[in-house]
Design a protein around this ligand. Sequence first.
Ligand SMILES: Nc1ncnc2c1ncn2[C@@H]1O[C@H](COP(=O)(O)OP(=O)(O)OP(=O)(O)O)[C@@H](O)[C@H]1O
Length: 546
Amino acid sequence: MATKLTFSDVYAVEIIDSDVILESDLTLAAECFVGNGSHDSGMNHFMVHTFQKSKSQPCLWSLAVYKFGNKDLQTCQMWVNKINDSLSKEVGRPKNLLVFVHPMSGKGNGRRIWETVAPIFSRAKINTKVIVTQRAGHAFDVMTSATNEELNSYDGVLAVGGDGFFNEILNGFLSSRHKAPFPPIPSDFLDALGNNSNPLVNDPNGADSEIHNNIESDPLLSSSAHNESGFSHLRTNDGSHIEDQQIENPLPNQRLRFGIIPAGSTDAIVICTTGARDPITSALHIILGKKLCLDVAQVVRWKTTSTSKIEPCVRYAASFAGYGFYGDVITESEKYRWMGPKRYDYAGTKVFLKHRSYEAEVGYLEVESEKDSSILDGSRMLSRVRSLKRKKSERNICQANCDVCNTKPVYSSTRSPPAISSPEARWLKSKGRFLSVGAAIMSNRNERAPDGLVADAHLSDGFLHLLLIKDCPHALYLWHLTQLARKGGNPLNFDFVEHHKTPAFTFTSIGKESIWNLDGELFQAHKLSAQVFRGLICLFASGPEV
Ligand SMILES: Nc1ncnc2c1ncn2[C@@H]1O[C@H](COP(=O)(O)OP(=O)(O)OP(=O)(O)O)[C@@H](O)[C@H]1O
């Protein structure tokens, strides 16, 4: 039994009328300090609502209530007032929230899950405006059309649903508000536009690997490259020039936070940011005003198919962007939505059995700390890749109050990550046949991959992890997948796996295929670029306790 409570853990206090104590209140009040004679008639009580951590799984929080009693009602009221005064001084707790509920999310439980947690918000005296979505795109439309003034009347926006639903809300928020230069353009694209760039080439298929170093003439990163190709360096997503715009609500917007109550099929973002997949835990993170900044990838599609026109289209992803295997699984699984979460297993097996590979060219920005030397020969490249395949014991796992995420200040949204525009920036290129191309913005832990795709990815370090799975025998690919599914597995420790930590990459499909998976949502792109914005949004979460 707890002998002390901290105000930061208390979310509500209320006087209760002894004559009408509900049965449910008594069962909840499993642990309570009961004064002498508290069972006497005429005794008055007040309840202090807080939470407790599960002993076996500290990230899993459950509600706890402590009951105090006194014969004098005034004394009880005085204590309630004093506690409320102290609670009102707790910073960062939300008072008004906009809540989107996806009723069909996951197993179709979105509405029921919201009804389970809604009383906790009422008890904490948080006002909620609830919108139950009628169709896909509903939340996106509300978020894009809301004025900044309307959004400013809320302390946060909640998604009761899965990763895809959160992605929709995120895109609705950012697409009309995030003002930033586009990420670098794929190099072959520049070639087509009359540019002779020749960045470093690393052929993943090994034998014909040709490595060129032409840093000085690399035009990928210069603002002029964007201008030459007809895209202004400082353009917003709606195409207007940033200089012409008044930035009303600069991003990152530390005040408006996002929250997710998990109700989806995968819920990787919730698992990575709270450590649990539990609606009550998430509700408590929100109510107690926890705050965590999150990297967001801005993905720009330049061309939808090989023959289509150049039409830049911007999307955002908070957890993952994937092509090949990942694109096929999402395409296939859409056909079996009626199966609920099981559709991913079914579609995954079907796609795995087909064992298709895709020809593509991927460019990525080399990171100073990942570099072994200024000249990368084959063996150094290999050792660099190996250095990323560290043993689990050496992994620096992202967690609550993470040192890595707290080291540098967050970027201003009006600038690209500095590494991209820095003159020392070096681009490497990988061309060949891939089973998949994946970009993990966070570890993507979920119930099928307990350590995630990249166990030591961080939530707010400004990097994504590019995973290039080169064409390999079926059995080896199965081995890689089983390592992913195993706690403590080492899925990156294979010669056919390339792993690069980078703030930006470009992609061009050489074949016809062009299906990407962004946070579990389909996105068709034959040619795209992506860059990470560090800590672009804030979440009501505190990070997992590992
Ligand atoms: N009322 C609705 N009817 C149909 N589709 C909706 C509705 N509201 C939202 N959607 C769409 O459903 C898609 C999937 O939602 P969500 O992510 O919650 O479920 P999921 O796919 O089961 O979970 P996960 O993304 O975790 O795998 C989202 O793209 C969202 O746009």
